[in-house]
Write a protein that binds this ligand. Structure first.
Ligand SMILES: C[S@@+](CC[C@H](N)C(=O)[O-])C[C@H]1O[C@@H](n2cnc3c(N)ncnc32)[C@H](O)[C@@H]1O
Length: 369
């Protein structure tokens, strides 16, 4: 099958059931892109009319940048399809969408936009609804990340989060998260069954509403899933989202990634998606040290987070825009942070990195005993 399906490459020979599934997948993703773009354009216009913006203008995106972004999305979707073809996960999982949540929460998400906009204009970064108790959390966490209503502290925030991310990344959040699966699955397939208690255990640090755990389950239903997050509300949502996982039910625990509530060397694999850009430098190192502690010798740690300046200097204006538009207090420090050095400082070796669209991946190993 040709990589890019166009009217020219479609012939009776290339038109197989597989080609049709690929076309359906591409169309599904294009629909999400159009929806995300239309939502952002329309809502920005409406909000600007209702409450004109007083914030600094972000760097304008040049036509070359827009082209580069589209090319990066296309590459990501191609890899996403290829990994499904290669059996890393089933093809049906590419079409998963929480339609119930979409219809239930999309209107609420739109209504919430004015509050977000005004909070952003007023530079109010620590504003929470009455009754929310922020005591006992690390100071760096008590924020309205992305100007999110209630930060990570309410069920409303947890219900809207996935839709907001879906719109922000034009439907590519799961394709980006899925890029942790190939190295993870490859590694777990090499763990010798005879001297390892089954099932193999995978911990997702800062699991949020459970998206990565769900994708891991679709790819490796035999693995036992563990998730930690600081937010009880997000864990409640994760619990809801993970009710239909196959195999052992996921174990979700409220905990700080800097102090994991597990004994040493408990997991065959540890993962984390979109956490590190929301942590100050010291906390980043603490989480990596903890991931090292709880991973078994010979185990793997896979991280997915935002791209960094050193890999994609051409997208630097976009990276500069991100913390200016969304409240992301640690992002500027993160995009220049040497995460490989952090992983090696903790003890990980063989660290490999790669990029897909707006995300970067670190695959690291704990040396065998
Ligand atoms: C951007 S969200 C990513 C959530 C999820 N991993 C995903 O892929 O959608 C960041 C998550 O990190 C959690 N978090 C932030 N700091 C944390 C910490 N120190 N320990 C545990 N969770 C933390 C937040 O509660 C939130 O759920």
């Amino acid at each position: 099958m040709p990589d890019t399906l166009t009217p020219d490459t479609l012939t009776p020979d290339t038109l197989t059931p597989d080609t049709l599934t690929k076309i359906a997948y591409q169309t599904f993703q294009q629909g999400k892109q159009v929806f995300g773009f239309a939502h952002k354009t329309l809502s920005t216009r409406i909000l600007n009319t209702m409450s004109p913006k007083e914030r600094e203008e972000p760097n304008p995106l040049t036509p070359e940048m827009i082209q580069s972004i589209q090319a990066r999305i296309n590459d990501l979707l191609e890899v996403d399809w290829q990994d499904a073809e290669n059996g890393v996960y089933p093809k049906w999982s590419l079409f998963e969408n929480r339609w119930n949540d979409f219809f239930r929460y999309y209107p609420e998400m739109c209504l919430d936009l004015l509050g977000i906009w005004e909070r952003a204009n007023g530079k109010r970064y620590q504003e929470f609804s009455d009754g929310i108790n922020t005591e006992g959390y690390p100071a760096y966490y008590v924020q309205n990340f992305h100007h999110q209503t209630d930060g990570y502290f309410s069920d409303t925030s947890a219900n809207l989060y996935d839709l907001q991310v879906e719109v922000l990344f034009n439907g590519t959040a799961d394709p980006m998260r899925r890029r942790i699966l190939a190295p993870l699955k490859q590694h777990l397939s090499t763990v010798p069954a005879e001297n390892t208690p089954q099932p193999l255990k995978v911990l997702d640090i800062a699991c949020g509403t459970g998206n990565s755990l769900k994708l891991i389950n679709q790819s490796m239903p035999e693995a036992a899933l563990y998730g930690v997050d600081l937010s009880p509300a997000y864990l409640r949502k994760a619990n809801e989202n993970l009710t239909d996982v196959k195999g052992t039910p996921a174990q979700l625990i409220q905990a700080n990634g800097e102090q994991l509530p597990f004994v040493d060397e408990f997991f065959e694999a540890t993962t984390s998606t979109f956490l590190f850009h929301e942590l100050p430098a010291e906390a980043r190192q603490n989480v990596i040290n903890e991931a090292y502690r709880v991973t078994k010798p010979g185990g793997i740690f896979v991280i997915c987070d935002s791209i960094q300046k050193l890999d994609t200097p051409e997208l630097e204006p976009m990276m500069e825009n991100f913390p200016a538009i969304f409240h992301e207090p640690y992002y500027r420090n993160y995009i220049s942070d040497d995460m490989v050095n952090r992983l090696e400082t903790a003890g990980f070796t063989d660290v490999k990195t790669h990029n897909h669209f707006m995300s970067k991946y670190w695959v690291a190993y704990k040396p065998a005993a």
